[in-house]
Design a protein around this ligand. Structure first.
Ligand SMILES: C[S@@+](CC[C@H](N)C(=O)[O-])C[C@H]1O[C@@H](n2cnc3c(N)ncnc32)[C@H](O)[C@@H]1O
Length: 245
């Protein structure tokens, strides 16, 4: 008997923001391999019949190597188990879901991708920042803050009229802002940093490319956090007054 792996997005951390399909497979899973960034969804997992394995990886303190996770998925599926690989947000947005799907495919293991609401869109939106707005920038760019300077074309990014959404960027926020300004982006461009979106601890710091680094340091903002760079940040001031959350 051959099992199957479901690569599932847990959304931004609220149980009622899971998809119906995600909930369905979570309920029928034999084993759930889950990451850290799944907020209150972790509580829901405890109510299932599945064996729960936390494979969350912290920067600098890896609990499980990627290779180990890949192997576990394959072995569990081959032993006939229904395996859910649960990841924060959407598995294919900076979540290594693509790499895991590729591994499964190369090993001949069936899998299904179940999308989740990505924090890249939902965390800014929930903080009163729609990532697009007609009349403002006509594009959105998602970047990782963990990429080497060489592979990100800062010159192009600075010139593009786009909202820039940075994931995993807090520890490099200084370099990110500096690279953009050095490449010609207006230092007065609005920036927001949203810490722990959708949680009770959510905090939002708003500034510009010129002063956001100081503001973030003063407020001791910690990860996970999303950085939004662009005029859309200004909308927060009006939206947050009436936006219920
Ligand atoms: C490894 S990436 C995974 C992204 C995920 N696949 C998604 O679609 O949301 C982790 C990064 O997502 C962002 N992130 C995820 N959840 C967040 C939250 N609740 N609040 C703020 N940032 C969050 C942070 O930038 C964090 O460093």
């Amino acid at each position: 008997m051959v099992g199957k792996v479901y690569i599932v997005g847990a959304g931004p951390g609220k149980v009622d923001l899971l998809t119906l399909r995600a909930l369905e497979v979570i309920k029928k899973a034999d084993v759930i391999l889950y990451d850290e960034l799944i907020g209150e969804v972790t509580e829901l997992l405890k109510e299932t019949k599945a064996e729960l394995i936390s494979v969350g990886k912290r920067r600098g303190a890896h609990k499980f190597e990627q290779e180990e996770i890949n192997r576990m998925m394959v072995e569990l599926a081959r032993s006939g188990k229904i395996v859910v690989r649960l990841k924060g947000g959407d598995p294919f947005v900076f979540g290594r879901g693509g790499e895991e799907a590729e591994f499964l495919a190369k090993e001949g293991v069936n899998f299904e991708y179940i999308p989740g609401i990505s924090s890249a869109i939902a965390v800014p939106g929930n903080a009163g920042i729609p990532i697009t707005y007609r009349g403002y920038d006509p594009a959105v760019v998602f970047i990782t803050g963990q990429e080497s300077r060489e592979r990100l074309n800062w010159g192009a990014l600075a010139k593009l009229n786009a909202t820039i959404v940075v994931l995993m960027g807090l520890s490099n926020i200084d370099g990110i802002c500096r690279n953009l300004v050095e490449n010609g982006k207006d230092p007065e461009t609005p920036v927001a940093v949203i810490e722990k979106g959708f949680s009770r601890e959510e905090r939002v710091v708003v500034g510009t490319l010129r002063d956001i680094v100081d503001k973030v340091k003063k407020q001791s903002i910690t990860a996970p956090a999303i950085i939004v760079i662009g005029k859309v940040v200004e909308l927060r001031e009006i939206l947050q007054k009436y936006q219920s959350r």
